[in-house]
Write a protein that binds this ligand. Structure first.
Ligand code: GN1
Ligand code: MG
Length: 369
């Protein structure tokens, strides 16, 4: 962190009701879109550390709408936890901190900021290592779906329009291939061709959703393993995080995203693509955890599309990474040259493995359902 970044984040942190003075600030890595900092204070009691985040307003064009959603969702989740008799509510749902001025955000020339209480004694993982981990994370997102099944009107804001509109993602991808803004199309020809061949999957969730075969629900929309906090001692998934894209959608967006990040052991940007595969035991544990966590809220039509959802969302993510590579890494950024191309390749490898193993995975779901 540069001294000027440190001064900025310290100043921003001081705008929130931390209950004490800032003693240290560190970059908190993870997440492609927003910038996060871990801020420690000398506040008395257990709540000494905070996660201060700069919301990426190029991506979230209406950060006020994002914060409105998060306030409503976190307070609903808190209410459901209390109703269900949970004892450790402060570890099971994120808590926004207000500014001295009152709102849960601070906005100045340095950006649009928010602050959460840091959930202590937890960790996050980028890729699943054991079936137990896939089960507990799947269970946490199933539980999240159930806790939001009585979310009251009005509907949440659409914080990013057409977020999981996969055919629209394909259209944007096609435009990027044609525009070739960063001059990278010829070096990505194999990946472009592979994804164009797989475009048949693009509408496989949108059609059932828009024609009423599966219901609209309040869903997370970024349900990857790294968005659930695991207890540092027991490994139990205790708290779902990252509510920026919680909005109407299908449960299958969430399950599909989990398949993408939890049914293989490969990191999202793994480069040894030849070794990337799906482990059916991870997939089975994930599906079992999700169905159990949802406690009967999934319809038979949703259950019947669980396997396909993994294919669709992994395809969509591959398209998004490759689009960004072609556009010059403007959305996700890149820590090294060709980073988004590598991410796209690893997602294509996961996708190919899902397609190859589809029948076996369908049988697993049929046996569980
Ligand atoms: C982005 O910023 P982060 O890591 O929470 C992205 C998701 C992608 C994910 C891939 C707003 O999430 O849609 O699935 O990266 N979020 C946004 O890891 O685009
Ligand atoms: Mg996210």
């Amino acid at each position: 962190m540069t001294p000027s970044d440190l001064a900025t984040v310290t100043h921003v942190a001081e705008q929130f009701r931390l209950g004490g003075a800032v003693t240290s600030v560190a970059v908190f890595s993870g997440g492609h879109i927003n910038r996060s900092y871990l801020v420690a204070t000398d506040a008395p009691g257990d709540s000494k550390r905070f996660l201060v985040q700069a919301v990426n307003t190029a991506v979230f064009k209406s950060p006020f709408a994002v914060m409105d959603n998060i306030e409503r969702v976190t307070s609903h989740l808190r209410g459901r936890l209390l109703r269900d008799g949970a004892t450790d509510v402060s570890r099971r749902v994120l808590e926004l901190v207000k500014t001295q001025a009152g709102p849960v955000w601070h906005h100045d020339a340095s950006g649009f900021w928010r602050c959460y209480r840091f959930v202590e004694r937890t960790r996050a993982e980028l890729s699943a290592s054991t079936p137990e981990q896939a089960f507990t994370a799947g269970h946490a997102f199933g539980n999240f779906l159930r806790q939001l099944d009585d979310f009251p009107p009005p509907p949440l804001h659409e914080t990013i329009p057409r977020f999981h509109d996969t055919p629209n993602r394909v259209a944007e991808f096609t435009k990027s291939v044609l525009a070739n803004a960063a001059g990278r199309a010829s070096g990505s020809r194999r990946e472009i061709d592979a994804l164009q061949r797989m475009s048949v999957y693009a509408d496989a969730l949108g059609v059932p959703l828009h024609y009423g075969v599966i219901p609209w629900r309040v869903v997370h929309n970024d349900a990857k393993l790294s968005n659930v906090l695991l207890d540092a001692d027991s490994g139990e998934a205790i708290c779902v995080t990252d509510f920026d894209t919680v909005m109407p959608g299908t449960a299958l967006y969430d399950f599909g995203d989990m398949v993408r990040s939890m049914s293989s052991r490969a990191a999202e940007d793994a480069t040894d693509t030849a070794s990337i595969d799906i482990d059916p035991r991870l997939f089975e544990a994930l599906a079992a955890g999700y169905i159990k966590g949802a406690r009967g809220s999934l319809t038979n039509a949703e259950k019947g599309l669980l396997t396909l959802s993994g294919i669709v969302i992994t395809f969509e993510q591959a398209i998004r990474f490759l689009t960004d590579h072609l556009d010059g890494d403007r959305y996700y950024g890149a820590a090294r040259p060709n980073h988004n191309l590598e991410r796209a390749r690893s997602q294509i490898a996961v996708l190919e493995a899902l397609i190859k193993r589809r029948d076996a995975l369908e049988r697993i779901v049929a046996d569980l359902a």
